[in-house]
Design a protein around this ligand. Sequence first.
Ligand code: HMG
Ligand code: MG
Length: 300
Amino acid sequence: MSAIPASVRIVEVAPRDGLQNEKTIIPAAVKIELINRLSDCGLQTIEATSFVSPRWIPQLADAEEVYAGFTRKPGVDYPALVPNLRGYERAHAAGVTSIAVFTAASEAFNRRNINATIDESIERFRPVLERAKADGVPVRGYVSTVLGCPYQGEVPLADVVRVAKRLYELGCREISLGDTIGVGTPLKARAMLKAVAQEVPMDALAVHFHDTYDQALANILVCLEEGVQVVDSAVSGTGGCPYAQGATGNVASEDVAYMLQGMGIETGVDLDKLIETGHWLAKQLGKPTSSRVTRARMGI
Ligand code: HMG
Ligand code: MG
Protein backbone atom coordinates (compact mmCIF):
# COMPACT_ATOMS: atom_id res chain seq x y z
CA MET A 1 0.00 0.00 0.00
CA SER A 2 1.43 3.43 -0.91
CA ALA A 3 0.91 6.62 1.08
CA ILE A 4 -2.41 8.39 0.64
CA PRO A 5 -1.79 11.34 -1.73
CA ALA A 6 -1.52 14.86 -0.29
CA SER A 7 -3.69 16.28 -3.04
CA VAL A 8 -6.37 14.93 -5.36
CA ARG A 9 -7.84 16.38 -8.55
CA ILE A 10 -11.60 15.98 -8.74
CA VAL A 11 -12.85 15.64 -12.32
CA GLU A 12 -16.38 17.03 -12.24
CA VAL A 13 -18.54 15.18 -14.75
CA ALA A 14 -22.04 16.46 -13.93
CA PRO A 15 -22.51 18.62 -17.04
CA ARG A 16 -21.83 15.55 -19.21
CA ASP A 17 -22.36 12.25 -17.34
CA GLY A 18 -24.73 13.90 -14.87
CA LEU A 19 -27.08 15.24 -17.51
CA GLN A 20 -26.79 12.78 -20.42
CA ASN A 21 -29.31 10.39 -18.87
CA GLU A 22 -31.95 13.03 -18.04
CA LYS A 23 -35.12 12.39 -20.02
CA THR A 24 -36.40 15.98 -20.10
CA ILE A 25 -34.26 18.28 -22.21
CA ILE A 26 -32.55 20.80 -19.96
CA PRO A 27 -32.15 24.29 -21.41
CA ALA A 28 -28.62 25.18 -22.52
CA ALA A 29 -28.76 28.20 -20.18
CA VAL A 30 -29.05 25.86 -17.16
CA LYS A 31 -26.11 23.77 -18.39
CA ILE A 32 -24.07 26.93 -18.87
CA GLU A 33 -24.93 28.20 -15.41
CA LEU A 34 -24.00 24.80 -13.95
CA ILE A 35 -20.54 24.93 -15.54
CA ASN A 36 -19.98 28.51 -14.35
CA ARG A 37 -21.07 27.63 -10.82
CA LEU A 38 -18.74 24.59 -10.82
CA SER A 39 -15.71 26.64 -11.87
CA ASP A 40 -16.60 29.10 -9.12
CA CYS A 41 -16.35 26.18 -6.65
CA GLY A 42 -12.64 25.87 -7.44
CA LEU A 43 -12.86 22.72 -9.57
CA GLN A 44 -9.96 22.51 -12.03
CA THR A 45 -11.47 19.99 -14.46
CA ILE A 46 -15.09 20.20 -15.58
CA GLU A 47 -16.27 17.80 -18.28
CA ALA A 48 -18.54 20.16 -20.14
CA THR A 49 -20.46 18.10 -22.72
CA SER A 50 -20.19 15.44 -25.46
CA PHE A 51 -19.93 15.79 -29.21
CA VAL A 52 -21.69 12.47 -29.84
CA SER A 53 -24.57 11.62 -32.15
CA PRO A 54 -27.65 13.63 -31.11
CA ARG A 55 -29.75 10.63 -32.07
CA TRP A 56 -27.95 8.57 -29.43
CA ILE A 57 -27.81 11.24 -26.69
CA PRO A 58 -30.48 13.88 -27.43
CA GLN A 59 -29.83 15.67 -24.12
CA LEU A 60 -26.40 16.85 -25.29
CA ALA A 61 -27.41 17.87 -28.83
CA ASP A 62 -26.72 21.46 -27.74
CA ALA A 63 -22.97 20.82 -27.22
CA GLU A 64 -21.89 23.73 -29.47
CA GLU A 65 -24.25 26.19 -27.77
CA VAL A 66 -23.15 25.11 -24.30
CA TYR A 67 -19.47 25.18 -25.18
CA ALA A 68 -19.79 28.70 -26.58
CA GLY A 69 -21.85 29.88 -23.61
CA PHE A 70 -19.86 29.40 -20.42
CA THR A 71 -17.12 31.63 -19.10
CA ARG A 72 -13.73 30.00 -19.47
CA LYS A 73 -11.95 30.51 -16.18
CA PRO A 74 -8.16 30.64 -16.54
CA GLY A 75 -6.48 27.46 -15.33
CA VAL A 76 -9.66 25.37 -15.63
CA ASP A 77 -9.81 22.52 -18.13
CA TYR A 78 -13.19 21.90 -19.84
CA PRO A 79 -12.90 18.55 -21.66
CA ALA A 80 -15.62 17.11 -23.88
CA LEU A 81 -16.38 13.53 -24.95
CA VAL A 82 -15.70 12.63 -28.58
CA PRO A 83 -16.67 9.22 -30.07
CA ASN A 84 -15.18 9.55 -33.56
CA LEU A 85 -13.49 11.92 -36.01
CA ARG A 86 -16.78 13.67 -36.71
CA GLY A 87 -17.08 14.41 -33.00
CA TYR A 88 -13.50 15.65 -32.90
CA GLU A 89 -14.11 18.05 -35.76
CA ARG A 90 -17.19 19.46 -34.03
CA ALA A 91 -15.31 19.76 -30.73
CA HIS A 92 -12.29 21.40 -32.33
CA ALA A 93 -14.48 23.89 -34.19
CA ALA A 94 -16.13 24.72 -30.85
CA GLY A 95 -12.72 25.51 -29.35
CA VAL A 96 -12.39 22.47 -27.10
CA THR A 97 -8.87 22.26 -25.67
CA SER A 98 -8.99 18.74 -24.23
CA ILE A 99 -11.08 15.70 -25.12
CA ALA A 100 -11.99 12.23 -23.91
CA VAL A 101 -12.54 9.11 -25.98
CA PHE A 102 -14.46 6.19 -24.53
CA THR A 103 -14.63 2.44 -24.89
CA ALA A 104 -15.25 -0.48 -22.55
CA ALA A 105 -13.67 -3.66 -21.25
CA SER A 106 -16.77 -5.61 -22.29
CA GLU A 107 -17.81 -6.22 -25.89
CA ALA A 108 -21.50 -6.43 -25.01
CA PHE A 109 -21.62 -2.94 -23.49
CA ASN A 110 -19.60 -1.37 -26.30
CA ARG A 111 -21.97 -2.76 -28.90
CA ARG A 112 -24.90 -1.05 -27.18
CA ASN A 113 -23.17 2.19 -26.23
CA ILE A 114 -21.14 3.00 -29.32
CA ASN A 115 -22.21 0.33 -31.82
CA ALA A 116 -18.67 -1.01 -32.16
CA THR A 117 -16.43 -3.79 -30.94
CA ILE A 118 -13.51 -2.85 -28.71
CA ASP A 119 -11.13 -3.22 -31.67
CA GLU A 120 -13.35 -1.11 -33.93
CA SER A 121 -13.58 1.61 -31.29
CA ILE A 122 -9.79 1.74 -30.94
CA GLU A 123 -9.46 2.00 -34.73
CA ARG A 124 -11.94 4.91 -34.67
CA PHE A 125 -9.85 6.64 -32.02
CA ARG A 126 -6.57 6.33 -33.92
CA PRO A 127 -7.25 9.24 -36.33
CA VAL A 128 -8.82 11.24 -33.48
CA LEU A 129 -5.64 10.91 -31.43
CA GLU A 130 -3.49 11.78 -34.44
CA ARG A 131 -5.48 14.96 -35.04
CA ALA A 132 -5.51 15.82 -31.34
CA LYS A 133 -1.76 15.37 -31.13
CA ALA A 134 -1.21 17.63 -34.13
CA ASP A 135 -3.50 20.25 -32.55
CA GLY A 136 -1.82 19.95 -29.12
CA VAL A 137 -5.08 18.73 -27.55
CA PRO A 138 -4.59 16.29 -24.63
CA VAL A 139 -6.76 13.17 -24.62
CA ARG A 140 -8.26 11.19 -21.76
CA GLY A 141 -9.38 7.61 -22.40
CA TYR A 142 -12.30 6.03 -20.55
CA VAL A 143 -12.57 2.30 -19.95
CA SER A 144 -16.13 1.42 -18.92
CA THR A 145 -17.46 -1.69 -17.17
CA VAL A 146 -14.20 -2.29 -15.27
CA LEU A 147 -15.99 -4.03 -12.38
CA GLY A 148 -18.96 -5.55 -14.16
CA CYS A 149 -21.14 -5.27 -17.23
CA PRO A 150 -24.94 -4.98 -17.35
CA TYR A 151 -25.09 -7.42 -20.28
CA GLN A 152 -22.09 -9.72 -19.84
CA GLY A 153 -21.88 -9.81 -16.01
CA GLU A 154 -18.32 -10.53 -14.87
CA VAL A 155 -15.56 -8.73 -16.75
CA PRO A 156 -12.17 -10.46 -16.60
CA LEU A 157 -9.42 -8.28 -15.11
CA ALA A 158 -7.19 -9.17 -18.04
CA ASP A 159 -9.67 -7.45 -20.39
CA VAL A 160 -9.65 -4.27 -18.30
CA VAL A 161 -5.85 -4.21 -18.26
CA ARG A 162 -5.59 -4.89 -22.00
CA VAL A 163 -7.99 -2.09 -22.98
CA ALA A 164 -6.45 0.44 -20.56
CA LYS A 165 -2.97 -0.39 -21.86
CA ARG A 166 -4.07 -0.03 -25.49
CA LEU A 167 -5.58 3.41 -24.86
CA TYR A 168 -2.44 4.50 -23.03
CA GLU A 169 -0.20 3.23 -25.83
CA LEU A 170 -2.41 4.98 -28.36
CA GLY A 171 -1.52 8.28 -26.67
CA CYS A 172 -4.20 8.89 -24.05
CA ARG A 173 -2.52 10.90 -21.32
CA GLU A 174 -4.97 9.82 -18.63
CA ILE A 175 -7.03 6.64 -18.34
CA SER A 176 -10.25 6.78 -16.32
CA LEU A 177 -11.43 3.41 -15.02
CA GLY A 178 -15.24 3.36 -14.93
CA ASP A 179 -17.48 1.24 -12.76
CA THR A 180 -20.33 2.13 -15.08
CA ILE A 181 -23.08 0.33 -13.16
CA GLY A 182 -21.65 0.78 -9.66
CA VAL A 183 -21.43 -2.90 -8.76
CA GLY A 184 -17.84 -2.85 -7.47
CA THR A 185 -16.80 -3.41 -3.88
CA PRO A 186 -13.51 -2.33 -2.27
CA LEU A 187 -11.35 -5.45 -2.56
CA LYS A 188 -12.32 -5.90 -6.21
CA ALA A 189 -11.74 -2.20 -6.90
CA ARG A 190 -8.29 -2.42 -5.33
CA ALA A 191 -7.37 -5.57 -7.26
CA MET A 192 -8.54 -3.98 -10.53
CA LEU A 193 -6.54 -0.79 -9.98
CA LYS A 194 -3.42 -2.72 -8.94
CA ALA A 195 -3.66 -4.90 -12.04
CA VAL A 196 -3.99 -1.89 -14.36
CA ALA A 197 -1.16 -0.08 -12.56
CA GLN A 198 1.17 -2.92 -13.54
CA GLU A 199 0.85 -1.72 -17.14
CA VAL A 200 -0.14 1.97 -16.93
CA PRO A 201 1.62 4.33 -14.50
CA MET A 202 -0.51 5.18 -11.46
CA ASP A 203 -0.08 8.90 -12.11
CA ALA A 204 -1.88 8.42 -15.45
CA LEU A 205 -4.90 6.72 -13.85
CA ALA A 206 -8.23 8.05 -12.61
CA VAL A 207 -11.21 6.29 -11.02
CA HIS A 208 -14.86 6.80 -11.99
CA PHE A 209 -17.41 5.18 -9.70
CA HIS A 210 -21.15 5.15 -10.12
CA ASP A 211 -22.85 4.69 -6.77
CA THR A 212 -25.68 2.26 -7.45
CA TYR A 213 -24.89 0.07 -4.44
CA ASP A 214 -23.54 2.85 -2.18
CA GLN A 215 -19.99 1.49 -2.49
CA ALA A 216 -18.31 4.38 -4.27
CA LEU A 217 -16.69 6.18 -1.31
CA ALA A 218 -15.32 2.91 0.06
CA ASN A 219 -13.98 2.06 -3.40
CA ILE A 220 -12.40 5.51 -3.74
CA LEU A 221 -10.74 5.16 -0.33
CA VAL A 222 -8.97 1.92 -1.23
CA CYS A 223 -7.90 3.41 -4.57
CA LEU A 224 -6.43 6.44 -2.76
CA GLU A 225 -4.53 3.99 -0.57
CA GLU A 226 -3.08 2.51 -3.75
CA GLY A 227 -1.96 5.98 -4.83
CA VAL A 228 -4.58 7.17 -7.33
CA GLN A 229 -4.75 10.98 -7.42
CA VAL A 230 -7.61 11.70 -9.81
CA VAL A 231 -11.24 11.00 -8.88
CA ASP A 232 -14.28 11.55 -11.12
CA SER A 233 -17.57 12.59 -9.53
CA ALA A 234 -20.76 14.51 -10.30
CA VAL A 235 -22.34 17.20 -8.15
CA SER A 236 -25.61 16.11 -6.53
CA GLY A 237 -24.79 12.50 -7.49
CA THR A 238 -26.28 12.95 -10.94
CA GLY A 239 -25.33 10.63 -13.75
CA GLY A 240 -25.81 7.44 -15.63
CA CYS A 241 -25.56 6.10 -19.11
CA PRO A 242 -28.74 5.38 -21.09
CA TYR A 243 -27.03 2.30 -22.52
CA ALA A 244 -26.11 0.86 -19.09
CA GLN A 245 -29.29 -0.63 -17.69
CA GLY A 246 -29.59 -0.37 -13.93
CA ALA A 247 -26.88 2.23 -13.49
CA THR A 248 -27.59 5.15 -11.21
CA GLY A 249 -25.68 8.34 -10.57
CA ASN A 250 -22.01 9.01 -10.13
CA VAL A 251 -20.65 9.39 -6.64
CA ALA A 252 -21.61 12.90 -5.47
CA SER A 253 -18.80 15.45 -5.68
CA GLU A 254 -19.89 16.98 -2.37
CA ASP A 255 -19.43 13.61 -0.63
CA VAL A 256 -16.02 13.06 -2.23
CA ALA A 257 -14.91 16.60 -1.33
CA TYR A 258 -16.13 16.17 2.25
CA MET A 259 -14.27 12.88 2.66
CA LEU A 260 -11.06 14.24 1.15
CA GLN A 261 -11.22 17.43 3.20
CA GLY A 262 -11.77 15.38 6.36
CA MET A 263 -8.70 13.30 5.50
CA GLY A 264 -6.58 16.44 5.07
CA ILE A 265 -6.24 15.91 1.31
CA GLU A 266 -6.03 19.12 -0.75
CA THR A 267 -8.60 19.49 -3.56
CA GLY A 268 -8.85 23.25 -4.04
CA VAL A 269 -12.63 22.92 -3.84
CA ASP A 270 -14.86 25.18 -1.74
CA LEU A 271 -17.15 22.61 -0.10
CA ASP A 272 -19.83 25.12 0.91
CA LYS A 273 -20.15 26.43 -2.64
CA LEU A 274 -20.23 22.88 -3.99
CA ILE A 275 -23.09 22.00 -1.61
CA GLU A 276 -24.99 25.11 -2.75
CA THR A 277 -24.41 24.11 -6.39
CA GLY A 278 -25.62 20.56 -5.75
CA HIS A 279 -28.72 21.87 -4.02
CA TRP A 280 -29.35 24.28 -6.92
CA LEU A 281 -28.91 21.52 -9.53
CA ALA A 282 -31.27 19.16 -7.72
CA LYS A 283 -33.92 21.91 -7.81
CA GLN A 284 -33.34 22.49 -11.53
CA LEU A 285 -33.75 18.77 -12.22
CA GLY A 286 -36.74 18.49 -9.88
CA LYS A 287 -35.29 15.49 -8.09
CA PRO A 288 -33.78 15.03 -4.63
CA THR A 289 -30.00 15.10 -4.33
CA SER A 290 -28.31 11.79 -3.57
CA SER A 291 -25.55 13.60 -1.67
CA ARG A 292 -25.64 12.71 2.03
CA VAL A 293 -23.45 15.74 2.75
CA THR A 294 -25.85 18.14 1.02
CA ARG A 295 -28.85 16.56 2.76
CA ALA A 296 -27.15 16.81 6.16
CA ARG A 297 -26.04 20.42 5.65
CA MET A 298 -29.36 21.56 4.21
CA GLY A 299 -31.46 19.59 6.71
CA ILE A 300 -33.37 17.79 3.94
P1 HMG B 1 -23.68 4.73 -35.30
O1 HMG B 1 -25.16 4.85 -35.44
O2 HMG B 1 -23.09 3.38 -35.30
O3 HMG B 1 -22.81 5.61 -36.28
O4 HMG B 1 -23.30 5.48 -33.94
P2 HMG B 1 -23.00 6.23 -37.68
O5 HMG B 1 -21.63 6.62 -38.09
O6 HMG B 1 -23.79 5.29 -38.55
O7 HMG B 1 -23.85 7.55 -37.41
C1 HMG B 1 -25.23 7.56 -37.10
C2 HMG B 1 -25.75 8.98 -37.19
O8 HMG B 1 -25.11 9.80 -36.21
C3 HMG B 1 -25.47 9.63 -38.53
O9 HMG B 1 -26.50 10.57 -38.73
C4 HMG B 1 -24.17 10.35 -38.29
O10 HMG B 1 -23.99 11.44 -39.16
C5 HMG B 1 -24.36 10.83 -36.87
P3 HMG B 1 -27.64 10.37 -39.81
O11 HMG B 1 -26.92 10.34 -41.11
O12 HMG B 1 -28.27 9.03 -39.49
O13 HMG B 1 -28.56 11.52 -39.59
N1 HMG B 1 -23.11 11.01 -36.13
C6 HMG B 1 -22.82 12.12 -35.45
N2 HMG B 1 -23.48 13.27 -35.29
C7 HMG B 1 -22.89 14.21 -34.53
N3 HMG B 1 -21.71 14.02 -33.89
C8 HMG B 1 -21.04 12.87 -34.01
C9 HMG B 1 -21.58 11.87 -34.82
N4 HMG B 1 -21.17 10.63 -35.17
C10 HMG B 1 -22.11 10.11 -35.97
N5 HMG B 1 -19.89 12.70 -33.36
C11 HMG B 1 -21.78 6.60 -32.44
C12 HMG B 1 -21.96 5.47 -33.44
C13 HMG B 1 -20.47 6.36 -31.72
C14 HMG B 1 -21.77 7.92 -33.19
C15 HMG B 1 -22.98 6.55 -31.45
O14 HMG B 1 -23.09 5.26 -30.95
C16 HMG B 1 -22.83 7.52 -30.31
O15 HMG B 1 -22.79 8.73 -30.50
N6 HMG B 1 -22.75 6.98 -29.06
C17 HMG B 1 -22.59 7.80 -27.89
C18 HMG B 1 -23.08 7.07 -26.69
C19 HMG B 1 -22.79 7.89 -25.46
O16 HMG B 1 -22.51 9.07 -25.51
N7 HMG B 1 -22.87 7.21 -24.29
C20 HMG B 1 -22.62 7.86 -23.04
C21 HMG B 1 -21.18 8.21 -22.83
S1 HMG B 1 -20.19 6.85 -22.25
C22 HMG B 1 -20.45 6.80 -20.54
O17 HMG B 1 -21.34 7.45 -20.06
C23 HMG B 1 -19.51 6.02 -19.68
C24 HMG B 1 -18.52 6.92 -18.92
O18 HMG B 1 -19.20 7.84 -18.09
C25 HMG B 1 -17.59 6.04 -18.05
C26 HMG B 1 -18.34 5.01 -17.20
O19 HMG B 1 -19.23 5.40 -16.42
O20 HMG B 1 -18.00 3.83 -17.34
C27 HMG B 1 -17.65 7.72 -19.88
MG1 MG C 1 -20.01 7.39 -16.15
